[in-house]
Write a protein that binds this ligand. Structure first.
Ligand code: TYM
Length: 334
């Protein structure tokens, strides 16, 4: 095995187009790379770092697993596991927390965004979120971590913690994970404001396309998406300083798997109305099969649970071995 690929998503709410284009679609392609082993987690321990519905957590976890499978993750090729079902994540997190510096955690932009103005009242779990994420990755000695652009800083911290540990104990134990930030849509922006990231936590439903949206909703959201008074430009330079316009062209390019320059070819002066109709057709053609497969899967939760149990078993076997080696290196009794 030359590569071990690991990535995860939080079961916080429905996945959106950013999660799909920035992460999931790349995960699907990676599972067919010869010599690579893939593990994809649903990180429910991360999801509880912010207020959540107790009664919806298990179902949200199943929904993310269903989205993985519907999006193309094949459980016969890749393990799909639940973070809280692999206790080693929490234990390794504690061990790494003893080596993580407060100053570095304070500089994490995701913490600053999520804690908002009232950082004093933020929970310790939210503050230490990146340490748990480092544990998720280092536990599997992952070589590559395919994520969207917003996770870069967290990945950097994981790399630092791996090297801090290795230096502290004079070992080559943890692997330095490489971020895999792939494709055109590494940062899909909000449909309502092209300067903001498309995000699950945006209060405006119009800002994102969810994987669970039906065709009609997708069309309506794209129709309302932010653009500007100018028509489509002749080339990519013509998108500069036009965040909303650039976002729609980027989404089109990512869905069609062509470059932005190719999308713009022959469209100089085209109005946004026509372009949006074409973009909506493309988005619906891509997402509809995923949405309907997700619905089928969710109608049979026992089947999803069986996939998760098999994935948990595989994840636990790898994770327990790394944890036991880590405990030995650190000098614990037993
Ligand atoms: P989460 O659940 O917020 O997002 C899941 C994945 O989707 C990507 N993403 C985007 N990509 C492009 N454009 C966007 N607008 C956009 N929004 C989200 C994210 O970069 C991510 O790849 N901290 C992680 C979860 C995590 C994790 C891990 C990831 C926990 N442990 C270990 C990798 C490895 C997160 O919040 O993802």
């Amino acid at each position: 095995m030359s590569k071990r690929i690991l990535s995860c998503m939080q079961p916080t709410s429905h996945l959106h187009l950013g999660n799909y284009l920035g992460a999931l679609r790349n995960w699907v392609n990676l599972q067919d790379e010869p010599g690579s082993e893939c593990l994809y987690g649903v990180v429910d321990l991360h999801a509880i770092t912010q207020p959540y519905e107790r009664d919806g957590l298990a179902q949200a976890t199943r929904e993310i697993a269903a989205a993985y499978i519907a999006g193309g993750i094949d459980p016969a090729k890749s393990a799909i596991f639940v973070q809280s079902a692999v206790p080693a994540h929490s234990e390794l997190m504690w061990l790494l927390a003893t080596m993580a510096q407060m100053g570095k955690l304070e500089r994490m932009t995701q913490f600053k965004d999520k804690a908002g103005k009232n950082a004093e009242r933020a929970g310790l779990g939210l503050f230490s979120y990146p340490v748990l994420m480092a544990a998720d990755i280092l536990l599997y000695k992952a070589t590559h971590v395919p994520v969207g652009d917003d996770q870069k800083q967290h990945l950097e911290l994981s790399r630092e913690l791996a090297s801090t540990f290795n230096t502290r104990f004079g070992v080559e134990h943890f692997v330095q994970p490489e971020p895999y930030i792939m494709g055109l849509a590494t940062r899909v922006m909000s449909l309502a404001d092209g300067t903001k990231k498309m995000s699950k936590s945006d209060p405006s439903e119009k800002s994102r396309i969810n994987l669970t949206d039906d065709a009609d909703t997708i069309r309506k959201k794209i129709k309302k998406a932010q653009t500007d008074a100018e028509p489509l430009p002749a080339n990519v330079e013509g998108l500069e300083g036009r965040a909303g316009a650039d976002n729609l062209v980027t989404i089109y390019a990512a869905l069609a798997a062509v470059s932005k320059a190719d999308v713009l070819k022959g469209r100089e002066g085209q109005g946004w109305g026509d372009f949006k109709t074409e973009l909506a057709d493309l988005a619906v053609a891509h997402l509809e099969p995923i949405t309907s497969r997700m619905r089928e899967l969710l109608a049979d939760p026992a089947q999803i649970d069986a996939v998760l149990r098999a994935g948990n078993e595989k994840a636990n076997a790898i994770a327990e071995k790394t944890l036991s080696e880590t405990r030995d290196i650190m000098g614990f009794w037993g």
